[in-house]
Write a protein that binds this ligand. Structure first.
Ligand SMILES: Cc1ncc(COP(=O)(O)O)c(C=O)c1O
Length: 414
C-alpha cells in the first residue's frame, strides 16, 4: 500500500519527438483511443473492423481482400507474414541495407528458413539489377525487403522489384513500417505480394498495431497450412495438407477467419488500437495520399536546407534518402550524446542516436506524421543551433539554419 501511495500520477513530460520514430501522436488519434470499449463481435465493432480494412486498402493502394490489423508493434506484422508463409528449409533472400534488414534475417531464421543475403554499404541502396542477379542465382521462395530503413535513412527503390520477383516465381514481402504514407507504395501496381507496417512513423499513431496486406498468392500458401484450434472448430473442419503454422497468435489462416465473413473467434481484438489505426488512416486519406507524400518531401527539403546551412554534413546517398528522416554527421569534437541530452532537458526535443557502424557517428533527425510541419522543423533547428553553439561548434552565420528551412516553406507558399 505504501508503494502505491508513493507512485505519482502518470504525467509524461511534454516532448517534441524529432527522432526516427515514434513521433508525437496526432491528438485526433489520442481522442479516438479514449472511446468506449466494445466486444469484438458487437455489430458496431465488426463494422469498424470492416471500415478499417477498407481504409488500409486505400493506404496500401490495393484491392487485396486480405488487408487487416495484427495486434502488436510493427515486427508483429513481419513475424505474422513470415511464420505463416515460410516452412522450415524454405529459402529467403534478404537484400540488406541497414539494421532492419538484420531484423528480417533474424525473424526468417527463427521460422526455420534458409536465409541468404546480399549487402550494400550503410548509406547506399541496391540497383534493381543486383537484386535480380541474386534472385536468379539463389531461386528463393521469398524476397524480404525494407522499403525504408530508419537506421541508415535510406529508401530502396521498389518499383521494379515486384516484376523481377514475379518473372522468377518468387514472392515479394516488403516491410514499409518506416516509409508508409511518407513515400509512394502502390502495392498492386508494383506487384508486391505482402506488406506489413506500423503506425508510429508517418501515420502519426502510437506503436502497437501492425496493418498488413497480402494477395491471392500468399492466401494460397497459407490456406494449405490451415489449422483451427480445438474448441472452436466447426463440424465440417478439415485441416490443410501443409505443416501447421507454429505460432497461434500470428497464424494468418486463423486471422483470416477472424477478420473475414466467418468471424471465427481468435484473440480479443485490441479495440483501442483499432480505433487508433482507423483514425490514423482517416487523417491521411482526408488530406490525400499524394498530399501526404508531398508534405513529407517538403519537410525533408526544408530540414536538409536548414542543416546544410548550419554547415553540417549529411549522411548517405541523398538521392535515396527517406523524406522523413535525415542522418547528420556529429561534427568533429562535438559530444554527440551531450547534445542530445541538452536538447531533451533544455528544450524537450528528442532526436535519434544510431546503431551498428554508425553508432556515435551520426544523429538521426525525423520530421514525420504529426511533426511533419514547418513549426516542428524550425523549432528543432533553432534548438540544435543553440546547443551546438554551447558545445563549441561554429555554426557559420547565426540563424542560417532556420532562415534556409523557412525559405523552402515560403517558396511552397507556406
Ligand atoms: C523499417 C522498420 N521495420 C521494423 C521496425 C520495428 O518496429 P517495432 O519496433 O514497432 O516492432 C522498425 C522500427 O523502427 C522499422 O523502422
Amino acid at each position: 500500500m505504501e508503494t502505491i501511495r508513493l507512485i505519482d500520477d502518470l504525467n509524461p513530460p511534454p516532448r517534441l519527438l524529432m527522432g526516427p520514430g515514434p513521433v508525437d501522436v496526432d491528438p485526433r488519434v489520442l481522442k479516438a483511443m479514449s472511446m468506449p470499449m466494445l466486444g469484438q463481435f458487437d455489430p458496431a465493432f465488426t463494422a469498424y473492423m470492416n471500415e478499417t480494412m477498407s481504409l488500409y486498402r486505400e493506404i496500401f493502394q490495393t484491392n487485396n481482400k486480405w488487408t487487416f490489423l495484427v495486434d502488436g508493434t510493427a515486427r508483429a506484422g513481419i513475424e505474422t507474414m513470415m511464420v505463416s508463409i515460410l516452412e522450415p528449409g524454405d529459402k529467403v533472400l534478404v537484400p540488406m541495407f541497414g539494421r532492419f534488414g538484420h531484423l528480417l534475417v533474424e525473424i526468417a531464421q527463427r521460422c526455420g528458413a534458409k536465409v541468404v543475403t546480399i549487402e550494400t554499404e550503410w548509406g547506399s541502396v541496391f540497383d534493381p539489377s543486383q537484386i535480380e542477379e541474386a534472385v536468379r542465382r539463389e531461386r528463393p521462395k521469398m524476397v524480404a525487403l525494407n522499403q525504408g530503413d530508419t537506421s541508415t535513412t535510406m529508401a530502396q527503390p521498389l518499383k521494379d522489384i515486384g516484376t523481377i520477383c514475379h518473372n522468377n516465381d518468387v514472392l515479394l514481402f516488403v516491410d514499409a513500417t518506416a516509409s508508409i504514407v511518407g513515400m509512394d507504395l502502390p502495392v498492386d501496381d508494383w506487384k508486391i505480394d505482402a506488406v506489413s507496417i506500423g503506425l508510429q512513423k508517418c501515420l502519426a499513431g502510437p506503436p502497437g498495431s501492425a496493418p498488413i496486406t497480402f494477395n491471392g498468392r500468399v492466401e494460397e500458401i497459407v490456406s494449405k497450412r490451415k489449422h483451427i484450434e480445438a474448441g472452436i472448430r466447426p463440424d465440417d473442419y478439415t485441416a490443410g495438407s501443409g505443416t501447421r503454422i507454429p505460432s497461434n497468435y500470428f497464424d494468418l489462416s486463423m486471422l483470416m477467419d477472424y477478420w473475414g465473413e466467418t468471424r471465427l473467434n481468435h484473440h480479443t481484438e485490441a479495440a483501442s488500437m483499432l480505433y487508433a489505426a482507423r483514425e490514423c488512416a482517416r487523417i491521411v486519406l482526408q488530406q490525400g495520399l499524394k498530399e501526404s507524400f508531398e508534405r513529407h518531401a517538403l519537410a525533408s527539403e526544408s530540414m536538409v536546407a536548414g542543416l546544410q546551412a548550419m554547415g553540417l554534413r549529411l549522411f548517405g546517398d541523398l538521392k535515396n534518402k527517406m523524406p522523413n528522416v535525415t542522418g547528420v554527421f556529429i561534427p568533429e569534437g562535438v559530444p554527440g550524446e551531450k547534445v542530445r541530452s541538452q536538447l531533451l532537458n533544455d528544450f524537450g526535443i528528442e532526436i535519434g542516436t544510431s546503431f551498428g557502424p554508425l553508432h556515435g557517428k551520426i544523429w538521426r533527425i525525423g520530421a514525420m506524421g504529426y511533426n511533419c510541419r514547418k513549426r516542428s522543423i524550425l523549432t528543432c533547428l533553432a534548438a540544435l543551433e543553440a546547443v551546438l553553439r554551447q558545445n563549441g561548434y561554429k555554426v557559420g552565420s547565426p540563424g542560417a539554419g532556420v532562415d534556409h528551412a523557412t525559405k523552402v516553406y515560403r517558396a511552397a507558399g507556406e
